[in-house]
Design a protein. Structure first.
Length: 369
């Protein structure tokens, strides 16, 4: 991109930043919660870009000033200072230009949201359920390292341990924008605990990461929700089994894409408090409908979920965890490392960073920035 073209775009960005700065103090905007939240998010994004723009203009100014001094100044000491300033500015300019170009890539509007994560044991029976449990521990520890909050919504334990299925919510800063790269089939190669011949088995677990919907994102007629309560099982003391704290909701939703009505069934046993479980179940209902009503998500994320996540098929894998070799390979970017114990202990940031870099490179190429 030519320098003047980039500056032209940045002029418009700075003008919009000033406009949004004024709008978020307008009482009429503050009264419109949906618009206010959207503008606040835009303000935070533009604030970072505007700060980078000012640094960019300063560097260009330093370069122009240094060149002018070298052309017109005879004092050798001043010329030496100008050469040093020019060298430093020219060295810093390409990295800052790249940073700005990445910021100019339209962000996925879902990235700043919290996330609902679903892990299901796929092919492999008991071993797949155990691996699903390993993945849950991996994500829990990763989220702890990020300072994010994790709350389990529902789960079904495997016969030999782990989970046939576990659903949990993650809240924090830019959760969905980070965890979305984990959607897909994860394959494990190891000797199961029940294997007496020492043979390596291959199993799979599927991960779906969904952006959590806000209350104003979808319209739900709460009067049409049918609620049921039941006694929760599992750990938690006598209260869990004696009090009907578990909730189940049924909602008839008109799906606009095929033009048919579907029954949505959601259970929540997350807490011992029935009202809290109702609130969490309602949040999952919003996310479920939001997932399907927004065309961008239907075309992009949900289509990948149908092909990669729903079946648990070994062939639709995104990552392999090879225990005999201590190896993790992400097949989307041919990323391989040999620190399996640390990776399963939540040290997955480096892999996510490589995925983000690869995606940004593709977006830059598409945008021809």
């Amino acid at each position: 991109m030519a320098e003047n073209t980039l500056l032209d775009r940045l002029d418009g960005i700075e003008a919009r930043f000033q406009e949004v700065s004024t709008l978020i103090t307008d009482p009429a905007v503050i009264a419109d919660m949906k618009r206010y939240v959207r503008l606040n998010k835009e303000y935070r994004d533009l604030e970072r870009l505007t700060a980078a723009t000012r640094r960019y203009r300063d560097l260009l100014g330093n370069i122009a000033e240094s060149k002018e001094l070298l052309e017109n100044e005879n004092d050798e000491e001043m010329r030496a200072m100008a050469r040093e300033q020019l060298s430093q500015a020219q060295e810093a300019l390409p990295a800052l230009e790249e940073e700005i170009k990445i910021m100019l890539i339209p962000a996925d509007p879902e990235d700043a949201r919290n996330a609902i994560v679903e892990i299901r044991g796929g092919t492999g029976g008991d071993e797949a359920a155990l691996f699903a449990g390993d993945l849950f521990k991996m994500y829990t520890r990763y989220c702890e390292s990020k300072g994010w909050q994790v709350s389990v919504t529902s789960f079904s334990e495997g016969a030999a341990g782990g989970f046939k299925e576990i659903v949990f919510a993650v809240s924090g800063e830019s959760v969905y924008g980070t965890l979305k790269y984990e959607s897909g089939v994860h394959r494990v190669q190891r000797v199961p605990a029940t294997e007496t011949q020492g043979r390596v088995h291959t199993s799979a677990a599927t991960v779906a990461v969904l952006p959590e919907a806000e209350a104003f994102d979808v319209e739900i007629n709460e009067g049409e929700i049918k609620w049921e309560t039941f006694r929760s099982g599992g750990a938690g003391g006598q209260n869990v089994n004696k009090v009907e704290s578990g909730v189940r909701l049924r909602y008839m939703w008109h799906n606009p894409v095929p033009g048919q009505t579907d029954e949505i069934l959601i259970e929540c046993t997350e807490t011992r408090d029935q009202p809290k479980n109702k609130e969490r179940a309602l949040s999952r209902l919003r996310t479920y409908i939001y997932d399907r009503e927004h065309q961008k998500y239907v075309d992009d994320i949900a289509s990948r979920r149908r092909t990669l996540v729903s079946t648990g098929d070994r062939s639709a894998k995104i990552r392999t965890y090879n225990f005999p070799q201590g190896r993790i390979t992400d097949h989307r970017i041919n990323y391989t490392i040999y620190n399996l114990p640390a990776f399963l202990n939540g040290d997955i940031q480096d892999c996510i960073d490589h995925l983000i870099i690869a995606e940004n490179a593709e977006k830059l190429k598409e945008a021809e920035l």
